[in-house]
Every structure is written in structure tokens, then in C-alpha cells.
Design a protein around this ligand. Structure first.
Ligand code: NAI
Ligand code: MG
Length: 360
């Protein structure tokens, strides 16, 4: 794709988002230099930072910038400025996700061998675990009809796990395609023994599966899945689930990587740009100290290369560079439990950029 200019919107946001996102940017620039890619990186405001500068936590200009880009590199939002705003003025990530039509949330969880000691899971169970969790992001329990009322003096509230067959089919198709490019196993998680919406989920996933005969599909009930994922993580490849189930289970899988600071994510739309961000939040407890782990942001930049720009070889080089830096014993403070030498955010970025030079 020589000659093409890739437009990347860069939204550092709040707290450590301001510290880790520039490291992701440096890595993108280094890869671009090596691969002869032309990147146009365009900064945008979001979160408390945006509110302070513009009076709006999600300025229209930012939304426009994101929608006109090829991909969005996002940091994190949250903290004292946003918390002080009334609820209806706290616009941010949820609104941006909606406007960009993002519906598939990819959360890779990898057991990095040098970090095994930082994981609560025994090394022999952890070994070889490499799971790509696909969470449905735009429907289900978090978006169905909900309400709250007091009737006959009794307070009640409800949320509804509502799915249409097309909602399920589109996320299933993403998951099957991803499995096709990996170890060709897909596990679909539901609660079909109890929930009507899960029975629809299971039928729709099974139907889409007939388009992908080379991928082995299995169904797991969510409570059993929560046990199996942590008991035998290495047997899973791609996993797909409903929004709420995925929210919970993908956090559980964070235990594989040893630290929240290691986890990247991608949120994809049907067409149009995706959004790539570390799983962690703005971490006000350590913000401004230069000690945050930038690897979640750097690995999000790798997901951006792979799924946002369609450059899997470039993404694989970033992954290898991160692996090399960890193997050499470099750690940020959150990874100190794995042994090695503790360094700060920017130094970790330097080392990944240096290691990239050796990944041709
Ligand atoms: P958090 O992820 O910001 O922090 C949880 C704990 O993990 C903290 O002790 C923090 O210091 C540590 N941590 C997180 N990222 C780290 C990194 N890269 N390196 C080293 N340590 C790291 O979650 P928390 O505390 O629940 O939320 C803080 C703020 O972030 C809240 O305002 C919340 O709403 C927001 N948030 C934003 C998200 C986003 O922008 N996508 C996601 C999650 C939370
Ligand atoms: Mg969560």
C-alpha cells in the first residue's frame, strides 16, 4: 500500500492516558519509518481535559476527526473534572462508541512467559494461553429497555437483555473471521439453558458457523465458562459473548497477563474506523508520576496496525518487540512482582522502539 497516507486520530484523554498514549504514538512512528508508511497523526480532545479547554467533554470536532480517520488511538477518560460534572454533561467514550458504530470489542489476553510470576495462575496452567475475547458492545443487557418505579409502595427496577438476530450475526461473523486467521477454534458463551435471548444467540452463532466450516465451534454456558477459562486457559482460541458476560469474563482473563497495564483492546465497526485503547482507566492514583505501564497502549497501537490499517506484519513486529523487552527483564512498577528491573513509562517506550529495530 505504498503511497497511501493513513489518518490516525490520537485522543490521549485524562490521567495516565496523557502519559501512555505518546508511547503508543512513538511506536507507530517507528514502525511507519521502518515499513515506509505515511501516517498523519491528528490530536483530539476528550474527557476532563476536553471539558477544561472547551467546556465539552466530547467536542463535535473530536467526533468529526474520529469519523474522518482510518483509526483512533485512545488513552483513557475519567477523574476529578468529569466526576464533578452533572451526569448529562459527562459525555465521553460511550457516546463516541455509539457515534462510531462500534459493536465488536476485541480483548486479547496473552500469558507473556517472562511475566508468569506476576500472574495469580500457576505457570503450568498459564503456559501457552493466548485468548482473543470478542465482546458484543452495542446491544444486550446494557442497552435494552430499563426502568425504575415504585408500585404499591414497592420499589422495582429492571434491565432487559434484548438481542436481534442481526446484532448477534454481525459480531459472530467478526469472531469467526478472527478464528479463521488464528487456531480456528471459536467458543460462544451464553446462558441458553435459562435465557430466551441466549437461545437466539446460540441459533444465530450456529447459523453463521455454517459459513465457516473450517472453524470448530463450541458453546459454553457462562457460569461454566468462567471456571474453564481460568482452569484451562490454554485450550481456548477465540471466544465470543454477549455484552455483560463479556464485560465480566474479559476482566477475569486479565489475570493471564499479570497486570491491567498490559492489556490492549480494539473496538470495531462494520465499516469505518475502529477505536484502539488500553483496557485500563485514567489511574488517578499514579497519574503524573511517569510510572504507568505503557505496554497496554503500545499493544493497542499494534491492534490498530492489524485491525485498523490491515497491516498484520507490522503489528507482529510490535508484539515481538514488547516480548523482547520483557524477556530482557525490563518492568514497570506494576510488573515488579515478576522480578527484573523497574523503569518508568518513557524509558519503557524507548526500549520498545529500540527493540523494534531488531525485528525486521
Ligand atoms: P484504572 O484502570 O484507572 O486503575 C485501576 C488500578 O490499576 C489503579 O490502582 C491503577 O493505578 C492501576 N493501573 C491502571 N493502569 C495502569 C498502568 N498502565 N500502569 C500501572 N498501573 C495501572 O481503574 P479505576 O481506578 O477503576 O478508574 C479510574 C478512572 O478511570 C475512573 O474515572 C474511571 O471511570 C476511569 N476508567 C476509564 C476507562 C476508559 O477510559 N476506557 C476504563 C476504566 C476506568
Ligand atoms: Mg469493564
Amino acid at each position: 500500500m505504498a503511497g497511501r497516507t493513513y489518518r490516525i486520530a490520537v485522543l490521549p484523554g485524562d490521567g495516565i492516558g496523557q502519559e501512555v498514549t505518546p508511547q503508543g504514538v512513538r511506536v507507530l512512528e517507528a514502525v511507519a519509518g521502518q515499513e515506509g508508511l505515511t501516517l498523519r497523526l491528528e490530536p483530539g480532545l476528550v474527557g476532563g481535559t476536553a471539558h477544561e479547554k472547551t467546556g465539552d467533554s466530547l467536542p463535535d470536532e473530536t467526533t468529526r476527526l474520529c469519523r474522518a480517520s482510518d483509526a483512533v488511538l485512545f488513552g483513557s477518560v475519567g477523574g476529578p473534572v468529569l466526576d464533578a460534572l452533572p451526569r448529562d454533561r459527562r459525555r465521553g467514550l460511550l457516546e463516541l462508541r455509539r457515534q462510531m458504530g462500534l459493536f465488536a470489542n476485541l480483548r486479547p489476553s496473552i500469558a507473556w512467559p517472562p511475566l508468569a510470576a506476576a500472574s495469580p495462575i500457576r505457570p503450568e496452567v498459564l503456559q501457552g494461553a493466548d485468548i482473543l475475547f470478542v465482546r458484543e458492545l452495542a446491544a444486550g443487557l446494557y442497552y435494552g429497555p430499563s426502568g425504575h418505579e415504585t408500585r404499591d409502595g414497592v420499589e422495582r427496577a429492571w434491565d432487559t437483555m434484548l438481542y436481534t438476530a442481526p446484532d448477534v450475526e454481525r459480531v459472530a461473523r467478526v469472531a469467526f473471521r478472527l478464528a479463521q486467521g488464528r487456531r480456528r477454534r471459536l467458543t460462544s458463551i451464553d446462558k441458553a439453558n435459562v435465557l430466551e435471548s441466549s437461545r437466539l444467540w446460540r441459533r444465530a452463532v450456529t447459523r453463521v458457523g455454517t459459513e465457516f466450516p473450517e472453524v470448530t465451534l463450541e458453546h459454553l454456558i457462562v457460569d461454566n465458562a468462567s471456571l474453564q477459562l481460568i482452569r484451562t486457559p490454554a485450550r481456548f482460541d477465540v471466544v465470543v459473548s454477549e455484552n455483560t458476560f463479556g464485560d465480566i469474563l474479559s476482566d477475569e482473563l486479565g489475570a493471564l497477563a499479570g497486570s491491567l497495564g498490559m492489556l490492549p483492546s480494539a473496538s470495531l465497526a462494520g465499516s469505518g474506523p475502529g477505536l484502539f485503547e488500553p483496557v485500563h482507566g485514567s489511574a488517578p492514583d499514579i497519574a503524573g508520576q511517569g510510572i504507568a505501564n505503557p505496554l497496554g497502549a503500545i499493544l493497542s497501537a499494534a491492534l490498530l496496525l492489524e485491525h485498523g490499517l490491515g497491516l498484520p506484519a507490522a503489528a507482529a513486529r510490535v508484539q515481538r518487540a514488547v516480548g523482547a523487552v520483557l524477556a530482557a527483564g525490563w518492568r514497570t512498577a506494576d510488573l515488579a512482582g515478576a522480578g527484573g528491573t523497574v523503569i518508568g513509562t518513557a524509558r519503557m517506550g524507548d526500549l520498545v522502539v529500540e527493540a523494534l529495530a531488531d525485528t525486521r
